[in-house]
Design a protein around this ligand. Structure first.
Ligand code: TPP
Length: 344
């Protein structure tokens, strides 16, 4: 079985808009891959093995998986500083991503970008991005290109509730509606912008910002992968059919800190209660929810899902071994990689 997003496009096979049993299993595999990769990053970060900071996506996996299940390598996606899940769900190579995070030459950006810049244009992954909200205009531009080419590609922008307060969002909502661009804005509302609860910095309902432009909107449970899958399926059909942009606000929750080691920065300060985190962990884990559903519906036995989990763990161990064995990145490349050679 291959992970969702590895060049396959979901067909929306079940009437009424639900994923087929095979698609549900691929969604499960993708979400587990993201989770196990990130748990390994969490542990290796705590052990001081990583050369830089990582922003983890644990708890939000259903969004990346449910969205990217509808995309092929030809479609575009822009990501955020919390981008590992988007990269993997869109079909990025786990070994190359780990090598990048470990700052090795074998990395997807030759070790020069690190965690916050994983990208692979051959898969339509236009990049994670350390600048909050930067993906909005990149995705809109890619959608403009797709519209000019008339090739049926769609462009997806993942961004956070914090990024929804950036002015660029209004520019992108405006022009993509006016020009009917094939772009899907996916706001991952995890309730926090760094250490600030969303309610303290964000007025009104985020989706209302898109509604004001007359854009098709959906506010969904981002921890229910079926909900995500359905809403995005509709948005992708709209975009490919020339019906223009869509906006999806997926409510979810970040289980880890804003980044690993946030406790050092906060030096004892707190911005959320431990009980709140525990509640999401225990009662709203998107992977546990999907597992329970698959078993209850008879789509899979617990043992089948355990086998998927075991295979994923092997892949993660392999990717980490590959990353650790890699050659350190070549700092000289910083001088040459950014610019195309001058034409003579
Ligand atoms: C333009 C810009 N402003 C501020 C920052 C600092 N910063 C990094 S992440 C972040 C919070 C982003 O919150 P959100 O968009 O909700 O994404 P989340 O971290 O919750 O996934 C901020 C303010 C930045 N990187 N770029």
């Amino acid at each position: 079985m291959t992970a969702t997003g590895l060049g396959e496009t979901s067909q929306g096979s079940q009437a009424g808009g639900g994923p087929s049993p095979a698609e549900e299993l691929r969604l499960f595999e993708t979400m587990v891959l993201i989770r196990r990769v990130e748990e390994r990053l969490r542990d290796d970060s705590a052990a001081g093995k990583l050369p830089g900071a990582v922003h983890l996506y644990i708890g939000e996996e259903a969004v990346a998986a449910g969205v990217c299940a509808h995309l092929s390598d030809r479609d575009y996606a822009t990501s955020t500083h919390r981008g590992h899940g988007h990269f993997l769900a869109k079909g990025g190579d786990v070994r190359a991503m780990m090598a990048e995070i470990w700052a090795k030459r074998e990395g997807i950006c030759r070790g020069m970008g690190g965690s916050m810049h994983v990208a692979d244009t051959s898969k339509g992954i236009l990049g994670a991005n350390g600048i909050v909200g930067a993906g909005l205009s990149i995705a809109t531009g890619a959608a403009f290109g797709a519209k000019l080419d008339g090739d049926g590609k769609v462009s997806v922008c993942f961004f956070g509730d914090g990024a929804s307060n950036q002015g660029a969002l209004m520019e992108c909502l405006n022009i993509s509606t006016l020009w009917q661009l094939p772009v899907i804005f996916v706001c991952e509302n995890n309730g926090f912008s760094e250490f600030t609860p969303s309610a303290e910095v964000t007025a009104g309902r985020i989706a209302d910002r898109a509604r004001a432009f007359g854009m098709a909107c959906a506010e969904i449970d981002g921890n229910d992968v079926t909900d995500v899958w359905r809403a995005v399926g509709e948005a992708v059909r709209r975009a490919r059919g020339g019906g223009g942009p869509s906006f999806i606000e997926a409510r979810t929750y970040r289980i880890q800190g804003h980044f690993e080691f946030e406790s050092v920065v906060l030096s004892g300060g707190r911005y959320r209660a431990e009980a709140e985190i525990e509640d999401w962990r225990q009662n709203n884990d998107p992977i546990a929810r999907l597992r329970a559903k698959l078993v209850a519906s008879g789509t899979a036995q617990a043992a089948d899902l355990d086998r998927i989990e075991a295979d994923v763990l092997d892949r993660v161990a392999d990717a980490v071994a590959y990353a650790e064995a890699g050659e350190p990145a070549d700092p000289e490349l910083a001088q040459t990689l950014m610019f195309a050679p001058e034409e003579s």
